[in-house]
Ligand binder design. Sequence first.
Ligand code: DGP
Length: 110
Amino acid sequence: MTIFAKIINREIPADIVYEDDQCLAFKDISPQAPMHVLLIPKQAIAKLTDTNEEHKHLLGHMMVKAGEIAKQQGHDEFRVVINNGAGVGQSVFHLHLHLLAGRGFQWPPG
Ligand code: DGP
């Protein structure tokens, strides 16, 4: 079980900012920007590349909620990041969207 599954199950605490039947959003424990929220599916999916056509509705739902959550947190401009694989920085193997805002960001991301 990953740390995020434990957050879903309320086995460890988190600063939860949004929840519905499909997903959960909470503040990152190590924020990289003034807003740094993690949006995760409740379904245990390790990586984006573990998804398929069956997950289209869930993934679309999460993208819509990403925008709503960022706006609810006071940000019209924000960045969404998914790290897919340890080699690009994924450390928790439960799919998550990083929602980041409140400072300038470089492009391309380094
Ligand atoms: P990634 O490196 O893309 O797998 O991002 C994992 C993020 O999860 C990282 O930014 C730190 C965050 N994180 C790890 N453990 C915890 C935790 O127990 N609580 C919270 N709120 N965030 C965590």
